[in-house]
Design a protein around this ligand. Sequence first.
Ligand code: NAD
Length: 274
Amino acid sequence: MNASNTIDPRASTTLSLKGKIALVTGSASGIGKRIAEVFADAGADIVIADLKLADAQATAAAIGQKGVRTLAVAMDVTDEAAVDAGFDQVQKNLGAVDILISNAGIQIVAPIEDFRFSDWKKLIAVHLDGGFLTSRAAVRQMIASGRGGSVIFMGSVHSKEASRLKSPYVAAKHGLEGLAKVIAKEGAAHNIRSNVICPGFVRTPLVDKQIPEQARELGISEDEVVRNVMLRETVDGEFTTVDDVAQVALTFAAFPSNALTGQSLVVSHGWFMQ
Ligand code: NAD
């Protein structure tokens, strides 16, 4: 093979987050936890914000072994006072946030005719109220610091497509795209970018819980849920991984200009193609 046609891995650029402060919500588990680890490897100081302080502290302590500063914050993203107090704590201990990953999420599945209004409100609160409250707090710090920053929402293929049994989840994930576009427009003058990551199914506790629930609702086996519901539309029958999602997050976070803003990127083994 002609050597000029091969990529020399030594020539590839390493994305750096050195000197940045990144706050990741819902980062005591799953996708958020992996993003926090990958961002620490890229040099960022890390804030683990999650519901339970003990879980957040354990994750922050493990990530601290990588030699970056870490802070654990107990934060219910649906609670305005808790979100604002958490961001104040970050400002006092580490400084202003440069990167927000608004990632905390839950899933509740049921057919719409049986969906409890209380469950609808609970899910919408975590995803949409949480997205609003955390991005508002982050944008305030990014404007005040004069450094700008990057606001990244965890959307989903369900920001683009619908699935049965997921009325509030699909509505909320579509809504996050709108919020990100507004922040992209309002934030530009302050060097604030905003984007959405849209993963396909990733094996995390959120998905593991859903497999038996969907099997029950749809009257099929758990194996059929995985093959025929979750992965049927992918190009290769594969789950997306937490690493796949973390690499997309790193690209959005490290991208240096407003050229990449107001966008959403689907990482789903081709389940959804734009
Ligand atoms: P997970 O259950 O592993 O982690 C979710 C985390 O969010 C947990 O640590 C939980 O404590 C936290 N959390 C829940 N409610 C919270 C609240 N009110 N305040 C603060 N923290 C809260 O789930 P995951 O799969 O890693 O999901 C993370 C995000 O990725 C969610 O927004 C989810 O919708 C999205 N997503 C997941 C998948 C998937 O297949 N797993 C696919 C697309 C998008």
